[in-house]
Design a binder for this molecule. Structure first.
Ligand code: ATP
Ligand code: MG
Length: 570
């Protein structure tokens, strides 16, 4: 492709509202343009990167025995009513009615549609297993769309679904997908890790997220330094501490703590360690208030408490609810005398004589004890693991890092097949529900995650497998006839060799072209300049490296081809 023909509106300035580097660079490199919150145009350069990812995904899905289909983005409400999710999916599901007043939604995921497809057609164990996937547009009305393609509302996902005769066969399908996902992210040149993930209401340990390791990741992951345990922090269990609870020695006492809302303020004032304080967090679990208690130095894990309560949605209560429930401003809630259910973290159950809010503005209580002063409805692991905890598997040291979830695989069991009647006749003649799995990859998010991992101050550094163009030919003095001709010749040679080459034939200063080449992150660059050319040479440079090498003009195509194929199959 010639730059003069490519619709490539690059930006010199850093866009103001882009918070993370991949978002900034995708805007600056002319890959994406915003249409509305979380909704983007993909421009030629951006779409080319997306297609690269799709192709690798497609190859690995096909290799693993999955077959590509295409399901609609618009889905009828009836199917979601059958699965029960019309009521439970929440506000990420964008619902609307057609001209006949029939309710529909824009698909955030396709379990319902694919289950309805298969149940009509697959009747016998002889037709199983079936594994179907698509690469398609999803819509989720995310509460906080941000970071460009990383968390959009409309986005491209590869979603796949497997159907098996029993749990063992489903485990085998899951294993194949686990391996295929590893190959996908390996081939795309990403630094990633598969981690155990929360399975929510379905339960079991059969869900893994594929995390691209990056400081800007929205997910925290707990990784053991000793064994191979790695889990999303939402899921990572906290190893319960042993030991009896010390006996209560103090009476409850009210202390004046004017204007002290935070753990740090209260602890400073009372000269106590945060491990002596208990935070009372008022939550709304499916809209009804509950209190959760964790130690002052611990953080509540909303996913764990949601699972504990079997709730669909658990969120922090807004300040007015906190005031209504506790009778005090935020920061002064406490369990003593509090109405409604109180759930207590396991670590709190091992404390005696602790400090809590007093349910009264500007007051705390000391000498509080569980059982004596208030009752817990449930005691359980409801806090987030920390680097001070030990590995729930082996007791080793835990490290907390950040990641971007690019893929998610999940064993669904018979949740959808039972609800929607996707049954088959087993070998023994019995009618059984199919055992399902589902498997997703965020295509645009994978491009963004790669840029988070591969960039420098000048722009993107695409790994070869994801690069829209493997090489850019850059004539330094485009008006010099010799230079122009040599550049054209190289460009044709590269294209003839089957490479995706870009020719920067624009009549611009060399400095501008160098800047753009760096911004776009083309992995290889052939620079054609008058001086070297006079000696029959051109410069070959890798985007990721500082120095270039001089290669003979006649050998440049072969040299580029060698680097490009080595990088692409690696
Ligand atoms: P998250 O926790 O980030 O919201 P999720 O658990 O809702 O993700 P899944 O339902 O498992 O995601 O979807 C499969 C994949 O689709 C994810 O692993 C991710 O790569 C991608 N994905 C999900 N939501 C978005 C989004 N809003 N924008 C871009 N990609 C997304
Ligand atoms: Mg989500």
């Amino acid at each position: 492709m010639r730059c003069s023909n490519l619709y490539l509106p690059t930006l010199k300035e850093t866009p103001a509202d882009a918070e993370i580097v991949s978002h900034r660079l995708m805007l600056r490199a002319g890959m994406i343009r915003k249409v509305a919150a979380g909704i983007y145009n993909l421009l030629p350069y951006g779409l080319a990167a997306v297609r690269r990812v799709e192709n690798v995904v497609r190859e690995e899905m096909n290799r693993a025995g999955a077959q590509e289909i295409m399901m609609p983005a618009v889905q009828p409400a009836e199917l979601w009513e059958e699965s029960g999710r019309w009521e439970h999916y929440g506000r990420e599901l964008l619902r609307f009615v057609d001209r006949h007043n029939h309710p529909f939604c824009l698909g955030p995921t396709h379990e319902e549609v694919v289950t309805a497809l298969v149940r009509g057609e697959v009747r016998s164990y002889r037709q199983l297993p079936v594994n179907l996937y698509q690469i398609q547009t999803k819509f989720r009305d995310e509460i906080r769309p941000r970071f460009g393609l990383m968390r959009g509302r409309e986005f491209i996902m590869k979603d796949g679904y497997s159907f098996d005769v029993d749990d063992d066969a489903a485990a085998e399908s899951y294993r194949r997908m686990y391996e295929a996902y590893g190959r996908v992210f390996e081939r795309l040149g990403l630094g990633f890790r598969a981690v155990e993930a929360d399975t929510g209401a379905i339960g079991g340990s059969f869900s893994h997220e594929f995390m691209v390791l990056a400081d800007t990741g929205e997910d925290e992951i707990a990784v053991c330094r000793a064994c191979d345990y790695a889990a999303n922090i939402e899921k990572a269990e906290v190893k319960a501490e042993d030991g009896p609870r010390p006996t209560a020695a103090e009476e409850v006492r009210e202390v004046h703590t004017p204007g002290m809302h935070t753990v740090a303020e209260v602890c400073d004032f009372l000269k106590i360690d945060p491990t002596r304080l208990v935070k009372t967090i008022i939550l709304l679990a499916d809209e009804s208030p509950v209190a959760a208690l964790v130690r002052g130095d611990h953080e509540l894990n909303l996913v764990k408490i949601r699972n504990l309560l079997g709730a669909v949605e658990v969120e922090l209560a807004d300040p007015s609810t906190v005031e209504r429930v506790s009778g005090a401003a935020v920061g002064f809630a406490g369990p003593v005398g509090l109405d409604g259910p109180i759930h207590v973290d396991a670590a709190v159950a091992l404390m005696a004589d602790f400090v809590t809010g007093a349910n009264q503005d500007d007051y705390h209580l000391t000498g509080v004890n569980l059982g004596r002063d208030f009752k817990a409805m449930k005691v359980a692991d409801i806090r987030a693991i920390t680097a001070l905890d030990s590995c729930p598997r082996c007791g080793g040291e835990i490290e907390i890092t950040r990641g971007i979830e690019v893929g998610h695989i999940f064993r669904l069991g018979t949740k959808y097949s039972t609800a929607m009647g996707a049954n088959f006749t087993a070998e023994d003649g019995e009618e059984k529900p199919m055992v399902m799995g589902c498997y997703g990859i965020g295509i645009g998010r994978t491009v963004a995650a790669s840029i988070e991992q591969n960039h420098d101050e000048n722009g993107i550094i695409f790994p070869l497998p994801m690069a829209p163009y493997q090489v850019v030919v850059l004539p330094v003095a485009a008006r010099d006839e010799e230079v122009r001709r040599a550049a054209e010749e190289l460009y044709h040679g590269l294209s003839a060799a089957g490479l995706d080459a870009l020719l920067d034939d624009r009549d611009l200063r060399a400095g501008v072209k160098f800047k753009d080449a760096d911004l776009l992150g083309v992995p290889l660059r052939l620079t054609v300049g008058q001086k070297a050319l006079a000696q029959g040479k051109v410069e070959l440079k890798k985007r990721a490296e500082k120095d270039f090498t001089l290669v003979a003009r006649g050998e440049a195509v072969a040299a580029v081809a060698e680097l490009a194929t080595a990088g692409r199959t690696a």
